[in-house]
Write a protein that binds this ligand. Structure first.
Ligand SMILES: C[S@@+](CC[C@H](N)C(=O)[O-])C[C@H]1O[C@@H](n2cnc3c(N)ncnc32)[C@H](O)[C@@H]1O
Length: 305
């Protein structure tokens, strides 16, 4: 079975799609993102729960569930809760995130059937001692240079009849109405356009990057799997937000400011700075119209028996 305490470090400042240096898997310091990844996954728990009830129709009583690119393990622990008979392995390149995953599993009482596997994906999966009945890869495949090869490798670690579930794409998170009464309407759409360009750059800069049409059912089929379903799940937290949801919006926009601020025009940057200034009544700290609305798409595929 996977190692429980094996880990390595990542160093340096960077964020998702950011520009840190010297990391083991790409350019991003995932360990530094732990608080955001954790807060985000906790907030998105209702969405993951819906996705898991949908998965549980196809996957019954799995022996081994592997969360590929698990990050801090919030979702891995939801799998442990959903499938009480399963052993769950959280696999990721960032040791500090897996330490958090292990601590969370222990805290929630899943420690005896929870393991972590540290290393570069998908190669690290070779350390699994037996094939998985369910593999989940949420927003991790797009960080691997050759996604098609990665899918084939993941499929190779599935038991015959086992399911691979990929969470990729959907609709980007919206936090604000189109017109927020300050600046030019449509700020979030323009921010999104910059993020799309940075995403493309991030992918192009990955080791062994291969350009790929993002047709996930076709890619799953090309990997020798049988595509069985596609479904999108909504997280709909209307205004007024809870403190935790508002904190998440503040953190997300602050990280965006850091990452893409320089690519916005002067007016939009001023608006973003006002949104982030706690002393400003129009800021996301204080305004009443902030919400969280996002959709994530899950694709499932079976390894033929
Ligand atoms: C966007 S996070 C997703 C975390 C979690 N699955 C979720 O949905 O919240 C991507 C994760 O993939 C991991 N990752 C990215 N590239 C990797 C690689 N080449 N090898 C191992 N892990 C990698 C990162 O460390 C990070 O935890």
């Amino acid at each position: 079975m996977a190692h429980d305490h094996d880990h390595h470090d990542t160093h340096g400042p960077a964020h998702e799609q950011g520009h840190g240096r010297g990391h083991d898997h790409g350019d991003i310091d995932w360990a530094e993102m732990a608080p955001l990844l954790e807060a985000q996954a906790e907030l998105y728990t209702p969405l993951y729960r819906q996705a898991m009830s949908w998965l549980a129709r196809e996957v019954t009583d799995p022996g081994l569930v592997v969360d590929v690119g698990s990050g801090p393990g919030v979702v891995s622990c939801l799998f442990a809760d959903t499938f009480p008979g399963a052993r769950v392995v959280a696999a990721d390149g960032a040791g500090p995130l897996l330490e958090r995953a292990g601590a969370r599993a222990a805290r929630l009482g899943f420690g005896d059937r929870f393991g972590t596997l540290t290393g570069d994906l998908p190669g690290a999966l070779a350390e699994l001692e037996y094939p998985a009945d369910l593999m989940w890869a949420s927003q991790s495949l797009h960080h691997l240079g050759d996604q098609r090869a990665a899918l084939a490798a993941l499929g190779g670690h599935l038991a015959p009849g086992g399911t691979l579930a990929i969470l990729e794409g959907g609709l980007p998170a919206r936090f604000l109405p189109r017109d927020i009464g300050i600046g030019r309407p449509g700020l979030q759409a323009r921010i999104r356009a910059v993020e799309e360009d940075m995403f493309a750059e991030m992918r192009a800069d990955l080791p062994d990057s291969v350009a790929e049409t993002e047709d996930w059912p076709a890619m799953l089929t090309a990997a020798g799997l049988k595509h069985t379903g596609t479904r999108s799940f909504l997280l709909d937290l209307p205004a007024p937000l809870s403190d935790a949801a508002r904190d998440y919006v503040v953190t997300s926009l602050s990280m965006l400011r850091e990452r893409i601020g320089e690519s916005l025009d002067a007016d939009d940057l001023t608006t973003l700075d006002r949104l982030l200034d706690p002393a400003d009544e129009a800021s996301v700290h204080r305004r009443q119209d902030v919400f969280v609305l996002v959709a994530h798409t899950v694709y499932t595929a079976l390894r033929p028996v």
